[in-house]
Design a protein around this ligand. Structure first.
Ligand code: ADP
Ligand code: MG
Length: 293
């Protein structure tokens, strides 16, 4: 394509809510045959709310919320914000946290009221050889079967409760995915969340292929593996945990509503955070470069 055509294409993109980092990006957009979608904040709104609290036998629910809320208040993860907000609404001001550590893709750890506290997925508790009592395993399974995300809370070496959060699928996701399919792309849902929740969300929006329980650093490896199999891969994400995968992808697309890290790593930003703009971008590149299918 001529530089003029590329410039016109880039300008047309801006009108469509697509911010393109350079005219050459349209070339890679045209060749894409696989589109990998992050779940939380990309296919779903990422605005989670605290829906359920289950305390282990002998643990007070308000105490569980105070301690878990305090530690999550230090994290920016959507799950953490939902827990901190829900806890504040129920128990009021939260205690201070010391020695806070974010364990990417797994959860958080810190000291609250002198207790060493963990909040996160099973594998985080596994690392500390903390066993989960039956009443908590049951509450967690029930939530996950309903497509909700359940995290465990532990302190001083014992599992103390399960907190359930959920967010909604974006109204535009199913339509966007139908457009990807009609453009000849294979959509894949990629997430750190568990398999049951991921499959539930995928079914809601019409995605067949799911890669779940993936750590942030493994997201990049998944993209590289798809490329090694011969796919030309677009990746859409919003989080800090997506940045490396966005950079690895042949075409990285960031949600404009997402983190700066994702936007910086991407080739293209969907300004409105609307997944349908990704389909617009692909149509635009094919049209600009004269290869309408
Ligand atoms: P996604 O790929 O869906 O954006 P992440 O990689 O950020 O998810 O997180 C994967 C999983 O790790 C979450 O589903 C949750 O179980 C756990 N996790 C991550 N951060 C936190 C946190 N701050 N509090 C509790 N659990 C967390
Ligand atoms: Mg995300």
């Amino acid at each position: 394509a001529t530089p003029t055509a590329l410039l016109v294409g880039t300008g047309r993109g801006a009108q469509l809510g697509i911010l393109i980092k350079g005219p050459e990006v349209l070339e890679s957009t045209k060749k894409v045959d696989t589109i990998v979608l992050d779940k939380t904040g990309t296919v779903t709104t990422g605005k989670m709310t605290l829906l359920g609290v289950t305390a282990a036998d002998g643990v007070d629910e308000d105490e569980l919320l105070r301690i878990a809320g305090a530690i999550e208040d230090a994290s920016e993860h959507p799950i953490a914000q939902a827990i901190a907000k829900g806890a504040t609404e129920r128990v009021g001001a939260l205690p201070a946290v010391e020695s806070f550590v974010n364990i990417e893709g797994k959860g958080v750890q810190g000291i609250v009221d002198g207790h060493l506290v963990l909040v996160g997925r099973d594998s985080l508790l596994d690392e500390w050889a903390i066993e989960t009592p039956r009443e908590l395993t049951a509450a967690k399974a029930e939530a996950e079967n309903a497509g909700q995300t359940a995290v465990l809370v532990a302190w001083d070496g014992r599992a103390r409760g399960v907190l359930v959060v959920a967010d909604a699928v974006k109204a535009t996701s199913a339509e966007a995915i139908a457009q990807f399919v009609s453009l000849g792309l294979t959509p894949i849902l990629l997430t750190g969340d568990n398999e049951t929740v991921a499959r539930r969300v995928a079914a809601q929006v019409g995605i067949e292929r799911v890669i779940a329980e993936v750590l942030p650093q493994q997201k990049l490896e998944v993209i590289a593996q798809l490329q090694a199999e011969g796919s030309v891969v677009a990746m859409v994400g919003d989080g800090v945990n997506d940045a490396a995968a966005l950079a690895q992808a042949d075409l990285g697309l960031a949600m404009g509503t997402g983190t700066d890290a994702a936007i910086e790593a991407a080739d293209l930003t969907l300004v409105r955070g609307d997944l349908r703009s990704a389909a617009d971008a692909i149509r635009l590149s094919r049209r600009t470069l004269g290869t309408i299918k």
